[in-house]
Design a protein around this ligand. Structure first.
Ligand code: NAP
Length: 314
């Protein structure tokens, strides 16, 4: 197997990883950046970003990611795409004898590195109710930007009451003739500006205090069994598609036995983005950050690269 030796391995090429790469380049570090899917991160699935400072007109998540990648290319940073790191082993801390701290095998290459930045992000959480597994991709989706256009003049439902659910429900009204928002409480978690906007949207109907009990359909989604918790009544709702936006689970599996995680498996870091194991840093959605946005991920990436540099030269 081909071997690569480096001072820093950045795992994940979303906004956090790409920003870490830019700052690592400026610090003159020797590094690799790998991404198991396409570079850009979760943001490429977001239809419109309107709160990234400096972009006063909406920019699509895909475009923002392309700008970030273009910026990296300008500094000769190449992301190794579709490269999954299979494990991280902490092997040695004797830096002086030129041995490497971490062994990170991928499918075709083995990477030895002295430090790691985990920029692996988070994946959409699932409801885990009856009928869900068999209907994913057959009416159940986690990405309105990818699948929204399939529901032109149809009726769809969104599950969740946070920023993502509300943002994406509004986006879906461009295509669907009706969008139900199924929320387990009678109050939204989303920020005020989104609340105002969604409550004014005539194509959106709220099903408050409601939970999905079951997805029904043979080869595609046909109905949802919903329970109104307040009235304790169940009923069926006919929809063509459902978009689940109920939060995220961190992609922290690679380091779960190496560093401290919180109760939801987010990686615990300090303000330097250091984890509990020297040499491993974490940025963006995978860490226990109070705010999961592009702006916080890119800031984390910059901070981590600076402290990796200090760690390596200590
Ligand atoms: P979130 O804030 O965690 O919201 C998840 C929503 O799903 C909540 O309303 C929650 O209900 C509901 N939920 C959770 N588990 C559920 C279950 N098992 N069954 C039914 N409902 C369930 O997640 P998010 O909306 O994806 O946002 C994540 C982060 O990204 C946040 O920091 C957010 O601010 C940020 N974000 C920002 C923007 C923006 O700035 N435009 C856009 C997207 C995301 P409860 O409210 O009852 O807990």
């Amino acid at each position: 197997m081909q071997e690569v030796k480096t001072d820093l391995l950045i795992i994940g090429a979303g906004p956090g990883g790409l920003s870490a790469a830019l700052y690592a380049r400026r610090a003159g570090l020797d590094f690799e950046i790998v991404e198991k899917k396409m570079a850009g991160g979760q943001i490429i699935n977001t239809a419109s970003v309107e709160n990234y400072p400096g972009f006063k007109d909406d920019i699509s998540g895909y475009e923002l990611a392309q700008n970030l990648l273009g910026h990296c290319k300008r500094f000769d940073i190449e992301v190794r795409e579709y490269f999954a790191v299979n494990s991280i082993e902490s092997v040695n801390t004797r830096k002086k004898d030129k041995s490497y701290h971490f062994k990170c095998p991928g499918d075709e290459k083995l990477i030895w590195t002295n430090s790691v930045i985990m920029a692996t992000g988070a994946s959409p959480d699932r409801l885990n109710v009856e009928g869900e597994s068999g209907l994913i991709g057959k009416g159940i989706s986690f990405c309105a930007t990818c699948d929204g256009a399939l529901y032109r003049d149809r009726e769809v439902a969104v599950v969740g009451g946070g920023d993502t659910a509300i943002d994406e429900a509004i986006f879906l009204t461009k295509f669907a003739k009706k969008v139900y928002i199924i929320h387990r409480r009678n109050e939204l978690r989303a920020v005020e500006i989104l609340k105002d906007r969604v409550l004014k949207n005539k194509k959106i109907e709220f099903l408050w205090n409601s939970v999905v009990e079951k997805f029904i359909g043979k080869n595609k989604l046909e109905e949802i069994l919903i329970r109104n918790k307040k009235e304790n009544k169940t009923y069926k709702l006919k929809v063509d598609g459902v978009f689940e936006y109920i939060g995220w689970k961190p992609n922290s599996e690679l380091v779960k036995d190496l560093v401290e995680l919180d109760e939801k498996n987010f990686i615990i870091t300090n303000f330097k983005m250091e984890t509990s194991l020297p040499g491993i840093f974490a940025v963006g959605d995978v860490r226990n950050t109070p705010l999961r946005q592009v702006i916080t991920a890119v800031a984390d990436g910059a901070i981590a690269a600076i402290y990796v540099d200090r760690f390596l030269s200590a």
